[in-house]
Ligand binder design. Structure first.
Ligand SMILES: O=C(O)CCC(=O)C(=O)O
Ligand SMILES: [Fe+2]
Length: 282
């Protein structure tokens, strides 16, 4: 992704798009427009999409999308996770959103690498006139604060079923809709597994609902431990809560990278003093 984004044409087929509409249309119908300067005043947003749509569950775990996301984020975490899910319906008359990088939600200036990647699926056709996402190719490499000039801005036009995948640091925005039809997209974003998730995935789905999800999706939501030692519950892996396995009789486990385990094995075998390195690679 030299330019910080890629569009996969027809990543899901017509039947899947139709199914997606059937699953989500009732939720869009009953939702009010946001009343928020960033989320828009003429834009509907719906959340917690995995309990609303089996198709969204499949989109989130799409092999090619995950391969791309892992290519960008994988080397900086033990595993990636879902950051948020959101259906975004830009209604006629909505103005263009402020241009922003999504990773601004993580308040570290001059990030040394990407913290998140967004997959924005076209639920309806994305066209320049109806609010197709504005993107600034290459801006993920810019110095923070640099403003794009109008000729550096492009429109992510795509047919339904296609997906725009872009780096969290890429400048972009929801476009203005000057037509009389809504433009709808489905955002499923991913982040480094050690970050706080934007949409709280543990509170968005009751545990009985999580039990119905594929193990791959459960893991993406955060049911697992990010090595080293992030996300355990009652001293054990949170997946035990899903399977009902009771490990009360065992003491707390630790969840270490291979390199840390090797270091500790060495320490046990005789060294008096050892210092863990901050730079241990998994
Ligand atoms: O709906 C879109 O095209 C993009 C929206 C967006 O960038 C956002 O809400 O962060
Ligand atoms: Fe955004």
């Amino acid at each position: 992704m030299k330019n910080g984004y890629v569009i996969l044409q027809d990543a899901i087929d017509f039947t899947a798009v139709r199914q997606l509409h059937k699953e989500l249309e009732p939720y869009f119908d009953e939702r009010a427009n946001s009343q928020a300067p960033f989320f828009g005043f003429n834009t509907k947003r719906i959340e917690a999409l995995f309990s609303k749509s089996v198709t969204c569950q499949r989109m989130a775990a799409d092999d090619l999308v995950l391969q791309l996301v892992n290519h960008i984020l994988g080397k900086h975490c033990d595993h990636i996770q879902i950051n948020l899910t959101q259906g975004i319906r830009i209604n006629p008359g909505e103005k263009a959103q402020i241009i922003h990088p999504d990773s601004a939600m993580f308040p570290l200036p001059n990030k040394p690498f990407e913290f998140m990647v967004n997959a924005l699926w076209a639920y309806s056709a994305f066209k320049k006139e109806n609010g197709a996402t504005l993107i600034v190719p290459g801006s993920h490499k810019w110095t923070e604060g640099r403003q794009p000039s109008p000729n550096e801005i492009m429109y992510a036009e795509m047919p339904p079923g296609s997906v725009l995948i872009y780096a969290g640091s890429l400048l972009h925005a929801g476009g203005a809709n000057i037509t009389d039809e809504p433009r709808t997209g489905i955002t499923i974003s991913y982040s480094l597994g050690w970050l706080r998730q934007s949409e709280n995935q543990y509170l968005s789905y009751p545990i009985d609902v999580v039990r119905t999800f594929d193990t791959k999706l459960q893991h993406l939501l955060g049911y697992g431990v990010h090595k080293p030692n992030l996300g355990w519950v009652f001293g054990h892996n949170p997946t035990d809560l899903l399977t009902g396995e009771n490990k009360d009789h065992l003491g707390a486990e630790d969840f270490l990278t291979d390199a840390q385990q090797a270091l500790l094995a060495e320490y046990k075998s005789g060294a008096d003093i050892a210092v863990t390195s901050h730079n241990l690679k998994a």
